[in-house]
Every structure is written in structure tokens, then in C-alpha cells.
Design a binder for this molecule. Structure first.
Ligand SMILES: [Zn+2]
Length: 281
């Protein structure tokens, strides 16, 4: 079995992705309720009772829904968060001992939430307390996962080059953001380099990652997934047009949705387009 990812839900109403390898099923964030997540996993052929770990990017409510606390305790799911957020996570569960015993922390070192899968955390500027993205490695595949990242650093580009699946936030269109009826402080928070990535910023980051991979002779990702699209300040049609201008992205593009899961995106699977191109060449 190869390492596979599906985005179960993505957007400000809740973020949750599922990772599957031989060793077990892992969630990245649990910002939708456990029942909704279970239904979407069933659609993908996964039993939610197989979830053995949840890795948290940060603790905003759209990434950690406290309705999970009971489920986590019942199922004995390990919950991984950055070491600086351990007390905050415990507080979200009212300090309940059974929950606190299931918390595991990560810092600068790689960690393994289940057999054969290793995560390397990358720190992002996001609001006061920051957020983390992950390079996920296992079963011969690599996935880059970055949401709520403020801005794309040179480190992010370097660490994500050569991944098999590239999942990155593309949150808003700047004109739609500026013209929205949102309060000025919120617009500043989102657009100020410590909030979310705009479409143009996400596109620039993806292109840099692809350029560097090509320069290094590494393969390009099989899938490029855009996460955390704002419902109010973005538009799927606009995103497709913008990203499809680069033919390398067009043939790999997947838009994550708030209300339905993406198909399984395999970290080993390569699109057939390459072969077709060769065939017609
Ligand atoms: Zn978020």
C-alpha cells in the first residue's frame, strides 16, 4: 500500500484530512465533528474506528473541534500538537486526565504517529501563536501539507520540493477580500503576512517548488491540492483559471472542498498525462 491523502473538509467551517498507510489511519486536524468525519471516511472506504492518531497544525476551532474529545478518549486516539500548545490543548478538554494522557508533543524533531509514517513539522507565522505544516514520509512517498501559513518562506519551498503530493492553502483573492464587508482589522489580519496565503502568493510558492524540483532533477508532484479556500473572498473558477495558466499545475490540480472529500491522492501515483505526451511526441 502506498501513502495516500484525502482532504475530508477544507475551509473556515472546518479542516480535516485523512492519511492512510499500512500502519494505520491518521487525521491531520479535526476541525469538523467526528460524525461528519466518519461519514466522509466511510465514503472513502475507511472505518473511522481505525483512526489511531490526530496531528494538529494549530488549535483554532476550524482545526480542532472540541466535540472530538469524547471520541478521542473512547478510541484511545493519540493527539499530537506542538510542545508549546500542550497546555492550551489540555485546557480545551477541560484538563480531563484521560484526554491529557493521550497528548503527545512534537518539536523540531521528526515524529512517528503510526508505524512506517514520519512527520517533520515546519513552523509557520499565523496569528499570535503560529501554526505548523508537515512533510509526511512513508511507504516510499512524500506529502507536503501547509495550511494557515501567513506567508511561504524559503524553508517551506526547499522542504516541499520533490514531494509526491503537494497540499497548500490558497485562501483569498485580494480584490474580493478588500471589497468584502469584513472589518478592516480582519482584512489586515488575513492579508498582513501572518494570516493566510492569497491565490497569487500560493501560485508563486507552488511555481517555486516546481521550479526548484526541476532544477534539482526531482520529479514533480502527482497532485497539487489547494486548501482552505475562503467562501466569501474566493471563487473556484477564478482559482482554476489562475493556476491552470501553468501547464505543470493544470494537469495536477485538485481543489479541496468544504462539504465533500477529495478522492484518495496517492503519494506514488503519477498522472497519465506524462505518458500520453510521450506517446504523442
Ligand atoms: Zn484555519
Amino acid at each position: 500500500m502506498s501513502l495516500s491523502l484525502s482532504i475530508l473538509a477544507s475551509g473556515s467551517a472546518g479542516n480535516c484530512s485523512v492519511l492512510r498507510g499500512e500502519g494505520g489511519t491518521i487525521l491531520i486536524d479535526c476541525g469538523i465533528g467526528p460524525r461528519t468525519a466518519a461519514q466522509r471516511m466511510t465514503e472513502l472506504g475507511v472505518d473511522s474506528r481505525e483512526v489511531c492518531a490526530i496531528c494538529l497544525t494549530h488549535l483554532d476551532r476550524d482545526h480542532f473541534n472540541p466535540n472530538w474529545v469524547r471520541q478521542i478518549i473512547r478510541q484511545g486516539i493519540l493527539v499530537f500538537c506542538h510542545e508549546h500548545r500542550m497546555d492550551d490543548l489540555a485546557a480545551l478538554a477541560g484538563g480531563e486526565e484521560e484526554f491529557v494522557n493521550l497528548i503527545r508533543t512534537f518539536n523540531g524533531k521528526p515524529f512517528s504517529p503510526s508505524d512506517g509514517i514520519e512527520l517533520h513539522a515546519i513552523r509557520f507565522a499565523h496569528d499570535e501563536l503560529g501554526s505548523h505544516g508537515f512533510v509526511i514520509e512513508g511507504f516510499g512517498g512524500r506529502i507536503g501539507y501547509a495550511t494557515d501559513l501567513g506567508h511561504a518562506s524559503a524553508e517551506l519551498v526547499r522542504r516541499f520540493r520533490g514531494v509526491d503530493v503537494l497540499a497548500i492553502e490558497s485562501n483569498y483573492d485580494p480584490d474580493m477580500q478588500l471589497n468584502s464587508d469584513r472589518p478592516a482589522f480582519l482584512k489586515r489580519r488575513i492579508m498582513g503576512g501572518k494570516g493566510h496565503l492569497s491565490n497569487a502568493e500560493a501560485l508563486a510558492a507552488v511555481r517555486q517548488i516546481l521550479d526548484q524540483a526541476e532544477q534539482q532533477g526531482q520529479s514533480l508532484p502527482g497532485h497539487i491540492v489547494l486548501l482552505h479556500r475562503s467562501r466569501q473572498c474566493n471563487c473556484p473558477k477564478l482559482l482554476r483559471e489562475l493556476f491552470s495558466a501553468d501547464h505543470r499545475i493544470r494537469e495536477r490540480l485538485v481543489l479541496a472542498e468544504q462539504n465533500r472529500p477529495t478522492p484518495w491522492l496517492s503519494a506514488r501515483q503519477r498522472p497519465v498525462f506524462r505518458q500520453l505526451e510521450l506517446h504523442w511526441a
